[in-house]
Design a protein. Structure first.
Lengths: 69, 349
């Protein structure tokens, strides 16, 4: 079960990377269009990134559980 | 400020003065043949809770391994009787401790009683010690800051000038936008406590040596308790609109209720679950990454990889500093969002 757990963790990381990448992308274009809204956009970006990371870490936790027994 | 210094020095002396570094007589753990380095075991040992602060192992001239650690009190409640002793009596797992007619053995971190009784383990373990330490730190900081305000100066000086922007940040950027001006003050003590408690515990977990090496916020019981507290506070303060949204969502026809109500109830539970898993997984994952990068040196058994490894570890540690503050912020923000949703009064369509 060990290798499968590792593959599962890798897939979860792919999901997180794609999701946070898209957030970064739209945050960058938002800042580029309206530099004076930078701090608000930055705050929203960080919140959304933390939420997505939470979901990805669900997957990592499950992989850890499988791998440790 | 002098009183704070005195209190802190008192505490430091009390702790360090009791530090009896305990090196065991190696019980024949001959390490002549090199055991292959088991990275997983080392990492799990660093992340898990323990009854002692394990500092290092050294091998003496005869090849016998001596572990050096700082012992912590073990408090066991077995069938009505309280047994208290220092974990050094376990001799790092080599000796059984006999107290009255109870014989205890340390088995992979768990204390088992040999005649099958189940002791209730109330020991001061690494995590409990770390929690006490962070409570003392928070009390020292905030009591001294609060004293200045009670004397009537509105302009903060010293430590207060560092704490005031943080407290105002929690109030003006987290509590008030989500809960509303009128009700934010009621929940502000809880939100401030959660924010600073999680932040201090995260930071303490990043310090690699005593007194900071306990993985407190990566302990699922700790984060679960905080999430339960948020859950209780949210639902106890829910007003009629809130419960109407859960049990009779406006705009949904009545025949859909058997589906909607379980879904809404699961949504109620999913939010605190996400809260605690997020904090637990982020902090534990950070510790695992740092430990794995350091273990690289031991896996490759060469010092040439040390610059790379230490460089990565330095980068990860700085990132973990950021994550420490960010996770505290996110927990507090989401708690205030849920509380705000529970107490919101909105004009119905």
């Amino acid at each position: 079960m060990g290798p499968l757990a590792a593959i599962g963790a890798g897939l979860a990381v792919i999901g997180a990377g794609l999701g946070i990448g898209r957030i970064g992308d739209s945050a960058m274009s938002g800042i580029a269009r309206q530099p004076e809204a930078t701090s608000k956009i930055q705050t929203a970006m960080i919140i959304a990134a933390a939420l997505i990371e939470g979901v990805a870490l669900f997957g990592v936790v499950v992989s850890l559980l499988v791998a440790s027994n | 400020m002098k009183t704070v210094l005195k209190t802190f020095l008192l505490f430091a002396t009390f702790t360090l003065g009791n530090l009896s570094l305990f090196a065991s007589e190696g019980h024949g753990e001959e390490s002549h043949d090199e055991k292959p380095f088991d990275a997983v075991e080392v990492i799990m040992h660093h992340i898990a809770d323990a009854h002692e602060f394990h500092i290092l192992d050294y091998t003496d001239d005869h090849g016998v391994e001596h572990p050096v650690s700082m012992p912590l009190p073990v408090i066991l409640f077995t069938e009505g009787s309280l047994d208290v002793f220092m974990s050094s009596e376990f001799d790092h797992g080599h000796a059984d401790v006999v107290k009255g007619n109870h014989t205890y053995r340390l088995d992979h971190g768990h204390i088992v009683e040999l005649s099958g009784l189940h002791p209730i383990d109330l020991s001061i373990t690494k995590n409990v010690f770390s929690m006490f330490l962070s409570m003392v730190i928070l009390l020292i900081i905030f009591l001294s800051v609060g004293k200045g305000y009670r004397k009537g100066n509105t302009v903060p000086t010293g430590l207060a000038s560092f704490m005031e922007p943080l407290v105002l940040f929690v109030r003006d950027d987290i509590a008030v936008p989500n809960i509303g001006e009128k009700k934010a003050d009621k929940f502000l003590p809880y939100l401030l406590t959660v924010f600073f408690f999680i932040w201090v515990n995260n930071l303490l977990g990043l310090i690699p040596f005593f007194p900071g090496s306990a993985n407190m916020s990566g302990n699922i019981a700790f984060t679960f308790t905080l999430a339960i507290l948020t859950f209780i506070i949210t639902n106890v303060n829910g007003n009629k609109d809130y419960w109407k949204h859960v049990f009779a969502t406006p705009g949904v026809p009545l025949w859909l209720s058997p589906i909607m109500i379980p879904v809404e109830l699961m949504g109620l539970i999913a939010k605190p679950v996400a809260l605690f898993i997020r904090l637990f997984a982020n902090i534990t994952a950070g510790h695992i990454i740092i430990l794995s990068l350091v273990s690289l040196i031991f896996i490759f058994k060469t010092i040439a990889i040390a610059p790379v490894s230490v460089g990565f570890v330095l980068f990860m540690n700085v990132l973990e500093l950021f994550v420490a503050a960010l996770q505290a912020y996110i927990f507090t923000l989401l708690s205030s969002l849920f509380i705000g949703a529970a107490v919101a009064e909105h004009d119905h369509h």
